[in-house]
Design a protein around this ligand. Structure first.
Ligand code: F0G
Length: 357
């Protein structure tokens, strides 16, 4: 059996990588595509519903696919430092891959608006974390300006190598299914990922490796839904802090992915997003962060409405792990921990009451 060493080695011929390039990898990619059983039954619909569980990447989000490429290329080009603005996951991934490469990472994050797990990752991996009193979009403008003034490599998804790496998720979906899905649902923030998946699907299609193409469906939080409004917005707000973005950088590319594929953008309220996160955890045993659940919440609603017809094969990308944001998970749990005495009779009484014996 050949060893798996991450997406660059796996898809080397489809990526802009030279023969002698030193690859910076943490063995990202190769994530599971899981079929859901209980949720389609609850919906009462005949639907083949899958999730691409990107939370199982090394730093717990899909960003690692793009970061292995961006950091590999930065090092190849002689860069000693990388820089990004982030709602959390990009900063965690940048910090980890910079550590792996032996270079520095500088990250700008919106103060008080990133999930605790992500901050923990960035600081422990040794990034220099700058909290700004401004949202992601403000941070994005700042890092773009700094990157032209100082010798640091910008690793947000405006870096083309990021999208090259992220497109490999579409390759994996096709390989796992033996075909393309009918619909691919994603949470959309800065809009790099929907762009990257569409690149990947089209690439396999162009090379005759797959016949069909999915419709790309992008889901945003209602308070941060520039694609649904049709224009950028200045004050995005949502509990799903990962996608609290009003000025997506890949605006044109994402619109093209949606239009070319015959897909759509839509919005979900924060309660709808959190309900989907909890349903997935309770019904299927899969833990994703709130932003990720927007894809599932959107897919479920569109299946229920018939916009996604019965008989369809649907893939939802779960972009980040639920452990990234433990505060939200605990706050919305339906079964908060009981406080009991440390006695056999007490434990027995509680459990017997539950199982009715
Ligand atoms: N889901 C999660 C968990 C994310 O962290 C992000 C983006 C998205 C979805 C949206 O993906 O930006 O490609 O449309 N997070 C970025 C960050 C912005 O800084 O970590 P997108």
């Amino acid at each position: 059996m050949s060893e798996y060493n991450g997406i660059i080695e796996r898809y080397r011929e489809r990526l802009p990588i030279g023969a002698g390039t030193r690859i910076v990898s943490l063995c990202e990619g190769g994530t599971p595509l899981l079929r859901l059983h209980h949720i389609p039954a609850l919906l009462g619909k005949d639907i083949a519903l899958y999730v691409k569980y990107e939370g199982l990447n090394p730093t717990g989000s899909f960003k690692d696919r793009g970061m292995t490429m961006a950091v590999t290329k930065a090092v190849e080009e002689g860069s000693r430092a990388i820089l990004c603005a982030s709602t959390g996951n990009t900063s965690a991934s940048a910090a980890a891959y910079a550590a792996r490469a032996g270079i520095r990472a500088f990250v700008l994050i919106p103060e008080g608006k990133i999930a605790l797990g992500k901050l923990a990752q960035a600081v422990l991996h040794g990034a220099l974390v700058m909290q700004i009193q401004g949202n992601f979009d403000v941070g994005m403008r700042l890092v773009k300006d700094v990157a032209v003034r100082l010798p640091v490599t910008l690793v947000n998804s405006v870096n083309p190598y990021r999208l090259e790496g992220q497109k490999t998720a579409a390759f994996e979906v096709i390989e796992a299914l033996g075909r393309a899905p009918d619909f691919h649902c994603l949470p959309v923030g800065n809009a790099g990922n929907i762009t990257a998946y569409w690149m990947g699907y089209r690439e396999y299609h162009r090379h005759g490796l797959v016949e069909g193409l999915p419709r790309m469906c992008g889901f945003q939080a209602s308070g941060a839904a520039p694609f649904v409004r049709g224009h950028p917005i200045d004050h995005p707000e949502t509990v799903a802090t990962a996608i609290r973005i009003g000025h997506p950088q890949s605006w044109d590319l994402a619109l093209r992915a949606q239009a070319e594929s015959g897909g759509w953008f839509d919005e979900l309220s924060d309660p709808e997003i959190l309900a989907a996160q909890r349903l997935l955890a309770e019904q299927e045993g899969i833990f994703c962060e709130p932003a990720s659940a927007a894809s599932l919440a959107g897919a479920m609603r569109d299946v229920q409405r018939g916009k996604i017809p019965e008989g369809s094969l649907v893939v939802c990308t779960l972009t980040g792990h639920g452990l990234k944001d433990p505060d939200i998970a605990i706050a919305q749990s339906s079964a908060p921990p009981l406080k009991i005495e440390a006695r056999l009779a007490e434990v027995e009484r509680v459990i017997a009451g539950e199982i009715g014996s």
